[in-house]
Ligand binder design. Structure first.
Ligand SMILES: [Cu+2]
Length: 378
């Protein structure tokens, strides 16, 4: 036990010193704007581009956006306020969460290939920890992580060009053991970079969706006390050492959609109508997951997230790699309540990774009909 305590303490000290060292080397305003120590070879090609502010919304909803881009590439301005806050993950199971804009996952950003994302990242002085952001959709400087480290009371601005169409995660990555800890404390989300001419099916024909939903899957590792009750901490740092012990066991205590058990079920169900085509964007920043729509299919699935690749068709279950996002498009053909889940059924039913979709419309007996109700065997 003492050895565990000492090793946890040394990881804590090491990650703090790494964090301190790296914040010192990157915190001065760079004279170049690029990564410190490197000459600028190419200047940003943004003169004359239109600037637009994207009004972000909490998942599972997605910001208003065009599916086919009109006009030239734009500079899309985004603001993230980092919020350290307590969340009740399940009854009597609390986490001192770390969030972008207060939600787990953070908001979905939507842009088009060739657009520039210009993010203002604000770490209010009421927070207790240093944070940053690594965009898997960006190129260089640890996905912008090296250019965005902000201590409480600081803000920073970074701009990157969205050169790869697809869905990608973003997450906090402030160094050392802080990286997985911040990610499994909720500090992750996704961006969708649409092709300028929109999505295409497996034959290259344009396809459109009526509605899009963003589902962020989150693994939590909540420590228990000697009586088996989840421990409620007063600050993120207070829970760090004990959480790290659970994390290194690699078995999550909760695996949830959108921050907490039941966030997308029952009264919080997603909605659709028969005949509507829905795009589901699904991210997991730390673990593999296996999305499945019970009673439906992945008509078109960009399993690895790249919109330059042909989508797979008619999949029953697909795979989201750890640290990635995928997209699936389905046209509902029957009414009823569907379950969209991680088809590791233990993680779905016992740990929380499930959502409901309530679909209205008329039933199609040609697709399915109960030919005889349950009756006594004759
Ligand atoms: Cu963070």
């Amino acid at each position: 036990m003492n050895i565990i305590k000492i090793s946890v303490l040394s990881i804590l000290i090491l990650s703090f010193s790494l964090t301190f060292l790296s914040s010192n080397s990157f915190s001065q305003n760079s004279v170049t704007g690029g990564l410190e120590g490197y000459e600028i070879g190419v200047e940003a090609d943004i003169v004359g581009l239109q600037r637009v502010k994207q009004n972000l919304v909490s998942p599972p909803f997605v910001p208003d956006h065009e599916q086919v881009a009109t006009g030239e590439p734009k500079i899309v301005e985004i603001e993230f306020i980092i919020e350290e806050k307590e969340i009740e993950v399940a009854p009597n199971a609390f986490i001192q969460a770390m969030t972008f804009n207060g939600s787990v996952p953070g908001p979905l950003i939507v842009v088009h290939e060739g657009d520039y994302v210009e993010l203002t990242l604000i770490n209010p002085k009421t927070n207790t920890l240093q944070h940053n952001i690594d965009f898997h959709a960006s190129t260089g400087a640890m996905g912008a992580g090296d250019l965005t480290k902000v201590s409480p009371g600081q803000e920073v601005k970074v701009r990157f060009k969205a050169t790869k169409p697809g869905v990608f995660i973003y997450h906090c990555a402030p160094g050392g053991a802080m990286i997985p800890w911040h990610v499994v404390s909720g500090m992750n989300g996704a961006i969708m970079v649409l092709p300028r001419d929109g999505l295409k099916d497996e034959q290259g024909n344009p396809v459109k969706y009526d509605k899009a939903y963003y589902i962020g899957e989150q693994d939590y590792y909540l420590p228990k006390d000697e009586d088996g009750n989840y421990i409620r901490f007063n600050s993120p740092l207070e829970g760090f050492a004990k959480t790290l012990e659970v994390m290194t066991g690699l078995i999550p205590t909760h695996e949830v959609f959108n921050g907490k058990v039941g966030a997308l079920t029952g009264e919080n169900a997603l909605t659709a109508n028969v005949g509507e085509t829905i795009l589901f964007i699904h991210s997991q920043a730390n673990r593999q997951t296996n999305p499945h729509l019970i009673g439906g299919h992945g008509d078109l699935v960009w399993e690895r997230g790249s919109f330059n690749d042909k989508p797979e068709t008619n999949l029953e279950t697909w795979l989201i790699a750890a640290g990635s996002a995928g997209a699936m498009m389905y046209t509902f053909q029957q009414p009823g309540t569907y379950v969209y889940l991680n088809h590791n059924l233990i993680e779905a039913i016992l740990l929380g990774a499930a959502a409901h979709i309530k679909v209205d419309g008329k039933w199609n007996n040609d697709l399915m009909e109960q030919v005889m109700k349950p009756t006594e065997i004759q």
